[in-house]
Write a protein that binds this ligand. Sequence first.
Ligand code: HDE
Length: 689
Amino acid sequence: MTDLKTSTGNGGETHQQASGDAPVLTTNHGVPVSDNQNSLRSGERGPTLLEDFVLREKIFHFDHERIPERIVHARGSGAHGVFEATDDISDLSMAAVFTKGEKTEVFVRFSTVAGGAGSVDTPRDVRGFAVKFYTREGNWDLVGNNIPVFFIQDAIKFPDLIHAVKMEADRAYPQAGSAHDTFWDWASLMPESTHMQLWAMSDRTLPRSLRMMEGFGVHTFKLVNAEGKASFVKFHWKPRLGIQSTIWDEALKLQAADNDYHRRDLWESIDTGAFPEWDLGIQVFDQAFADAQPYDVLDATKLIPEEDVPVRIIGTMTLNRNVDNFFAETEQVAFLPTNIVPGVDFSNDPLLQGRLFSYLDTQKSRLGTTNFHQIPINAPRCPMHNFQRDGMMQTQVPKGRANYEPNSLAAHGEDGGPRESLAGFATANAATGPDEQGDKLRIRAETFADHYSQARLFYRSQDAHEQAHIASSFVFELSKVGVLDQVPPRVVANLRNVDEDLAKRVADGLGIDLPKKAKAAKEPIDMAPSDALSIHKNMKPTLEGRSVGILIADGTDAAELDAVIKAVEAEKARAIIVAPKVGGAKLSDGTVRKADGQLAGSPSQIFDAVAIILSDAGCKALLKEGAAVQFAMDAFGHLKAIGASAAAKPLLDKAGVEADAGVTDLGKAFVAAAKHRFYDREPNVRTLA
Ligand code: HDE
């Protein structure tokens, strides 16, 4: 128990002196500190002394608290958890992490890509989905994204992509968004980015929650079994809560309402025991399948439709513990695609091959030392021995003389150090294809030349609402292109190769003439649409893990309120009470019900559905409250269910809420409606491209 005695110093400041079990405050070198309020000075009003090592150490350490932020994926949120293998795949991989029933500790970091560490959580952006498995055979890092394809085919283009998308070099804006000149200038000149552009312009880049996103390893990897037989594999994470996204206007308003919307949502879910879960799935295929496809499986701008190779679920990941310290864990975690274990191997995907260099290199720059693997969050949980020595911030103290190998020190009774083992990678480098070597060339295979067929596949697999969102996003983003008039037509010229209707809608939305179709390096083909690529076709009608905002005011019926709370909680959702004053509202039965949020700071965009429970007098008072009108108006505009008491009708009318399937009374119909979004309402509330 901390037991602190408080005394007051000359200036009236508080001194807390340790006694009992409270630890003594010390310097970094263990010297007790008697006074943490006053620096050492010559006389009461004299100069501060250079010899004050307590002051100097404290300020010195503070001055160096920041480390370079990640060049990409700087803004992230992390959590600990466990992965449990649920299927036997020993015929495919010898990795211990996949042994049925095996539980492996994991650390996950989700991130946006373009923004800085202090940027907001909800811009339109790809999300990183990086998982470190601390397996008993060493760390395996699956460093993926929430989109299964990437903008480029070759790592050599990555610096250009990132320079173009991040804030512009001279003016240092915009922060965290692609809606600006340089990104679209670059993208319009890179037809290979078209497929990913379509994903980026879809609602995939507006996740409702990190807990409701899919994750993808993106590249083709290999699994290798104990006989050395290799198979190709793509990794998928499927969220147990279903995929769900917000819509653009909602995402924009979320930025204003809560910069930390996703970070807070992840933290609070874990904190309240609603642990986020994903199933790990694999698509496994062989060289014969790869050879038969109209795309190259080594091309990271391509996916493999789940209808062609079904996703087989092989395990479940549960995030069950928040970090103890953001910096020590989430900031210092270092993911390395080079971290693989026996039984998992790389393919020759040229994007993956480039990543294998980049991540190791960047950690040295970010964390300052080649010994970053010793930081607790990065250290393997299994034993680790080798002959690497010294370096900055070395924390291990190896004993003896064995820092080289081979050696015969053991013959003299000395510790000779570790030795190689065939349990390692002897069999893991099994080749999969016949053409894995050849002449030294800077060249791209002809099989990488089709940049449009899968973009078309993606677009045509979406429902009508999703297509309208994609077209509208292109219009929005290209409308933000300033002086570079040549850029929007160039994007639309590319889109004509994807889908003529999409191109027309974008041109029309921009108010420009339809440009000539861009010349395709290879004519696109029509692939069979894949339902797995649509969010809407895969949404789960559920309230689990969601939240319902309940707007009340003085006079709200207590029984009605309690019934809604009970019904919402029965669905494993959170019921959050919003009132004009955070102290609460005086209900019909005379009791005061405390609010979870004040109306002005709890707009409806932070909830999945809203209930508005008002008395006649309460409603009358709220009619003059802009935030209350906006609460209803935005819930309607963001296609959410609205359950309202009869007395709340004037507020709904003022907010322009029209009767439809999503506007209900407070009974069972409300909870049923709250499990959905009402996309059919959208044409009534906004014009989409
Ligand atoms: Fe990354 N990427 N990347 N990336 N990436 C980084 O590594 C890089 C790529 C991804 O939460 C950096 O530690 C290159 C694809 C995630 O800490 C850096 C290329 C995919 C994270 C880097 C790619 C990703 C990163 C910056 C092209 C999806 C955040 C800080 C060849 C499969 C990990 C760091 C975390 C981070 C380089 C392309 C995912 C600079 C050169 C494709 C999730 O090393």
